[in-house]
Design a protein around this ligand. Structure first.
Ligand code: PLP
Length: 480
């Protein structure tokens, strides 16, 4: 493909994307195919000679689209939103065009510097304490970085905490093997934490104690304190606590103000995972949910969930970047440069060496929407969730199962789990709506998340009509 053809195909692709977005609502929200469907449609071997673009694109509509779950569909209410917007797509497009790999400042200075600045912007918008910002004063040790997922933010924090604690223990036990010290380390999270915490502990080969949350599905300080006391009595060493603001199943909030002092007293690294809900902290009315954030050692949120920015864009801040990088630094000659002492080298802040110019898309989004535009978007989702909650509450057959503070409503038909399982599977099979389940207090609930970037009241009304019609049909069948 030469430049002239790219110009034409690029324009066609923009048209295709716009057409896709504008007509999305006419498609089934999830595909109706079986595993392996694509094997039958695509040749077993790669083509020897290049093919015409038109043939390739025509296969997109006939072969690929039938297998796509449309996350941007107005009837998609599963998981959490998958961030998307035109300025973000343009940012990714430009990043791909530039094609730079910004692993160090020298490898592409703008990649690094824009990332640091945009993370400072977002950190201020969220209201993170000054120590998390890189410019807070001339000697700031803090700063932000983009990772590809919240799971990676949690893993990297846990690895840094592990390295930090082993270093501290080595001072007291200089002749003890690292492996022996490692066997004493214990991390903590609530049962409501995302499974990525368990995965991180598994990868890092550390113990993880999963604690019970309270009635509101919030991890409390006393629960953590008791667990730490018990573990210390067994000779274990607490090194990491992962608290969640906005849990995956029901957007509940751990009590940071209580957990913070306990983690501090125990000398443990406190990571705060706010993958979804952290984005809402750009609105002043939600900041109360961050009370206790001053105790955090690190914090993450995903603009690629709820800030109109395409995957991947997971933002993470630390108060002391040297504690993070001590666990990651390897420094071969071919990666060194003459500004290492003054500049940030993001290769030391995470696992991969190579990194895309992800800051561009977040910069475009923040500038194009402005803080107010982004706040309006978050508020619209929260308002619509409240609207949906009212509809559920007005129907005596149903109950709401979470404290609806953001864009997620968990609900169920009063009765057996089996009934709710059936209801959800019938709705999903219809292709009219898509939702996923969760388990709250041991019961099966249905999660309804406001996801579409321009979600409207009419989408909520439509969704409720589909749900209540299916419930009527199911309850009628059950009563026969
Ligand atoms: N943490 C929380 C609270 C989440 O809700 C999720 C995903 O929904 C994750 C972590 C994992 O996110 P990622 O897919 O970016 O690793």
């Amino acid at each position: 493909m030469d430049s002239e053809e790219f110009r034409q195909r690029g324009r066609e692709m923009v048209d295709y994307i716009i057409e896709y977005m504008e007509t999305l609502g006419e498609r089934r929200v999830t595909p109706s195919i079986e595993p392996g469907y694509l094997r039958e449609l695509i040749p077993k071997n790669a083509p020897n000679k290049g093919e015409k673009w038109k043939e390739i694109m025509s296969d997109v509509e006939t072969k690929i689209m039938p297998g796509v779950a449309h996350w941007q569909h107005p009837r998609f209410h599963a998981y959490f939103p998958s961030g998307n917007s035109f300025p973000s797509i343009l940012g990714d497009m430009l990043s791909d065009g530039i094609g730079a790999i910004g692993f160090s400042w020298a490898a592409s200075p703008a990649c690094t510097e824009l990332e640091t600045i945009v993370l400072d912007w977002l950190g201020q918008m969220i209201g993170l304490p000054q120590e998390f910002l890189s410019f807070s004063d001339g000697n700031s040790k803090g700063g932000g970085v983009m990772q590809s997922s919240a799971s990676e933010c949690v893993l990297v924090s846990l690895l840094a905490a592990r390295a930090q604690k082993i270093k501290e223990l080595k001072v007291v036990h200089p002749f003890t093997e690292d492996g022996v010290l490692l066997s004493k380390l214990v991390a903590y999270c609530s049962r409501e934490a995302h499974s990525c915490v368990e995965k991180a502990a598994m990868i890092a080969f550390t113990k993880l104690r999963i604690l019970e949350a309270d009635e509101d599905l919030s991890l409390r300080g006393a629960t953590l304190a008791k667990a730490i006391e018990e573990d210390r009595a067994l000779g274990l060493v607490p090194f990491f606590v992962s608290a969640t603001l906005g849990t995956t199943s029901c957007v509940s909030f751990d009590n940071l103000a209580e957990i913070g002092p306990v983690a501090k007293e125990a000398g443990a690294w406190l990571h705060v995972d706010a993958a979804y809900a952290g984005n809402a902290f750009i609105c002043p009315e939600f900041k109360y949910l961050m009370e206790g954030i001053e105790y955090a050692t690190s914090f993450n949120t995903n603009p690629n969930k709820w800030l109109l920015t395409n995957f991947d864009c997971s933002t993470m801040w630390v108060k002391d970047r040297f504690k993070l990088t001590q666990a990651m630094v390897v420094d071969p000659l071919y990666l060194q440069h003459s500004h290492s002492d003054k500049a940030i080298d993001y290769r030391h802040w995470g696992i991969p060496l190579s990194r895309r110019f992800r800051a561009l898309k977040l910069w475009f989004v923040i500038r194009n929407y402005g803080v107010e535009g982004l706040q309006n978007y978050i508020r619209q989702h929260c308002r619509l969730a409240k609207r949906f909650e009212l509809l559920v509450k007005a129907d005596e057959r149903f109950e709401v199962c979470n404290n609806v503070r953001m864009g997620l409503v968990c609900f169920r038909v009063k009765g057996e789990d089996q009934l709710n399982r059936k209801l959800l599977s019938k709705i999903n099979a219809s292709g009219k709506l898509h939702m996923v389940p969760a388990c709250i207090h041991g019961r099966f609930v249905i999660r309804f998340c406001v996801c579409a970037q321009d979600a409207k009241d009419s989408d909520i009304e439509y969704a409720w009509k589909v749900i209540s019609d299916f419930a009527t049909e199911l309850l009628d069948d059950e009563s026969v």
